[in-house]
Design a protein around this ligand. Structure first.
Ligand code: NCD
Length: 305
């Protein structure tokens, strides 16, 4: 029932409203503290998560609501063979809104079609992750002061990194955007993402192998983890996992106002010695994600401040 499956389900205007609400929550949290009193959010996580699940839960608590759910498939009836549809219909009897993460692409969409409450896609396989994109958009707008006129480098596992796919879709709707897609050959962006967003809107992009040779042109550098759990064989993962490691030395060639982002968790892609650089924005992304999820929950529940 009309949750959020894909970032493209939201118009630019709706995204603007969510960004403005998140900005206001940051300044006046007390206005929002009991807006969802008596409402329940269910977090149904069939895959591991730290930030996404806990930020959804923190978001609901900060709106005065309550939370129930599970954090692994093994502790749900999925382990007995229950379908996603039946789980969604069941949880609709207990909760007012659902956030679902699932290893199968499209599972949260199926759940949304069957549930009688809104279902939010909290990451579906190697496909999409719209609420991470909301966190990313909030971070870009706060750090750069705009969502247009940006050269965005996406680096790492562009094939399986679902946050990358959603972010490309979202950013392709703003003016004067160009992308530098930095990956090993084996982990290049899927053709369907290129066709749906880049080719369709005539967005300029290059596909390159080297981070060092391209970092100086970027306004945003979005690093990603090589998605081990989506690989067919461990040997390929081991060969590719450390292809890119952002170090202070590499960063010294970048613009002084570069914004370094990462959806996290980080494995090796960003050296911890980068964390104190003022250009490191990945922990700000985490915080922004909570406020954007508060704004989204309010919108989907039809609650206004
Ligand atoms: C990402 C995800 O789950 O896709 N994490 C997150 O939600 N912030 C990125 C990742 O797992 O690499």
């Amino acid at each position: 029932m009309n949750g959020l499956n894909d970032i493209m389900d939201l118009s630019i205007g709706e995204i603007d409203e969510l960004l403005n609400t998140a900005d206001d929550i940051m300044v006046h949290p007390e206005k929002y503290a009991s807006l969802c009193k008596g409402k329940k959010l269910a977090t149904l996580f069939f895959e591991p998560s730290t930030r996404t699940r806990l930020s959804f839960e923190a978001a609901m608590y900060e709106l005065g609501g309550n939370v129930l759910g599970f954090s692994e498939a093994q502790s749900s009836s999925a382990s007995k063979g229950e379908s996603v549809s039946d789980t969604a219909k069941t949880v609709s009897c207990y909760a007012d809104i659902i956030a679902m993460r699932h290893p199968k692409e499209g599972a949260p969409k199926v759940a949304d079609m069957r549930a009688s409450v809104p279902v939010i896609n909290a990451g579906d396989g190697g496909h999409n992750h719209p609420t991470q994109t909301l966190a990313d958009l909030c971070t870009i707008r706060r750090e750069k002061g705009r969502l247009n006129g940006l050269t965005i480098g996406l680096c790492g596992d562009l094939m399986f990194g679902r946050t990358v796919h959603s972010l490309i879709g979202a950013m392709s709707r703003y003016e004067n955007i160009s992308f530098v897609l930095i990956s090993p050959d084996e982990l290049r962006i899927p053709e369907y993402v290129k066709a749906a967003y880049l080719a369709k809107s005539g967005i300029p992009y290059t596909e390159v192998r080297s981070l060092e040779d391209n970092i100086q042109n970027l306004d945003i550098l979005y690093m990603t983890r090589v998605q081990r759990e989506r690989f067919f064989n461990e040997a390929d993962y081991i060969r590719l996992k450390d292809t890119y490691i952002l170090t202070p030395e590499k960063l010294s060639k970048a613009k002084s106002d570069l914004c370094v982002m990462h959806p996290l968790p980080r494995v090796n892609e960003i050296s911890v010695s980068v964390d104190d650089d003022p250009r490191a924005c990945y922990f700000k992304q985490v915080l922004n994600g909570k406020f954007m999820r508060m704004a989204l929950i309010m919108k989907l529940l039809g609650v206004k401040a």
